[in-house]
Structure formats: structure tokens, C-alpha cells
Design a protein. Sequence first.
Length: 264
Amino acid sequence: MNILISNDDGIAANGIRVLTEELSKKHNVYVIAPDRERSAAGHSLTLHTPLRVEELGSGKNGAKRTWVTTGTPGDCVKIGVSAILSPDEQPDFVISGINHGPNLGADILYSGTVSCAMEGAMLGIPSIAVSLATMKAEYDDFKFAGSFVSSLLDRLKGFQFPKKSILNVNIPKLEPSDIAGVAITELGNKMFTTNYEKRIDPRGQVYYWLAGQLITEPMNASTDLAAIQNNKISITPVTYEMTRTDTIEDLDKILCAKGSCDWY
């Protein structure tokens, strides 16, 4: 298969290097990634400045071709599919990651990793976001996660990805023998409490530092947060279809009663 890999940690991040090396063993891999870390960039695109793209040497980490951009994770996938990759290079899958840190619960709304995969889904391509659920990791720590993604792609043969949807995968940083299996989950709540520390810099100016505490969930919950707490790999199907269809009828009755919607 042709696979397009991107991330939000930047082209030099260990996670994307390991993922590229692992998937290149079986697939044609193309890499388009930001030139620097763009964590928490969300689903942003570059609109008001030129988007620069540079192709690096071929065969980098086993990839067929590799590009680096000045853009966001979403830019990478969008420009890759729409302008850079040839018809023969168009991806069968978009894989985002492996992110250095978890992407769980409602916090995925801020995630450049998840948004990168969402851009693939918006373009009609089966897409997966992959994260290693730890903030402390070296190159070798990503190897099991890379191997798992390769096995997951084999398992997904024949699976029909729902439109407007991705799989969000979070893998605990443990020895493979200590991982308690795979859990198909729903999104939990927030990963962290929202606390800002008020501080004073050496010049006497006030600044704030986001310093939330990790939130735990009941161990028997069916969420991604609980799965990671239980040492399981979490796989969550996520959609960007945000319309609350179950609310449309009720809202219509309130705002357009008896067919009258010209009350403004």
C-alpha cells in the first residue's frame, strides 16, 4: 500500500522516524511533516503566509520520498494529497504520529496529531492517529508502537472505514509483555484539570503557566483514559461529523413553531 505519514512533533521527532522505518518494511511510505514542533496546533491551516515545501534526500528512514514544510500538520496532509504526491503516489492510508505524549478524551480537539489524521479523513482517505502515552520517551521506546501499527494495518484489511472518521490509537509505554491487550473505547472526558499558575518574571511582569493535574476515571469505564490506566492499547473511532441530529427536531419546534421561522 501507499502510506502518507505526518505528525505534529516535527520531521526530526523519534516517533515519526520509527514509524517510517517500520512501515517501510511492507509499504510504500511517503513522509510530509512540519519543520518544527507544532503540538496543540489543532486543525489549523496556513492561509496568510507562503507555505514552503522542501524535498529531502530520498530513502530517508526507508521512505520513498520525504518532504518538510513550514506548515501545520493539517497543511502537510492537505498539500501532500492535493499538490505534491503524484497520482501513483496517492495514499491508501494516512497515519499521523507516533506522537510523543497521549491524545485522550476531549483533549483531542487541541491535538495536531489527531487533526492531521482528520484532514486525511476529510479527503476521503482511511486515517489513523497514533500516540505513545508518555511524555518521557527515547527512540527505542517507540519501536513497539511502530510494530503495533504495522500489525494493526494487517488486521484492518477488509475493514470499511466509516466516512468522516478516523481511528485514534493510544499505546501505553510499557514492555510488550506488560500490555494487557487492546480495548475498543469511547472518548473519555478531559485528560487534565484546567489550572493556571500565576507567576512573576524577573522584570516584574505577570505571566501564566498552564499546569493542570491528570484526571483519572473509574477503572471499569469504557473510555480511552480508563484503557490506558489499565495498561491497555486504546483504539477509539472518532468522527468530525459534529451535527447533533437528535437536537434538530426539538430546536425546530422551539424556534420555528407551526412553520413560522420569520420571528427575527
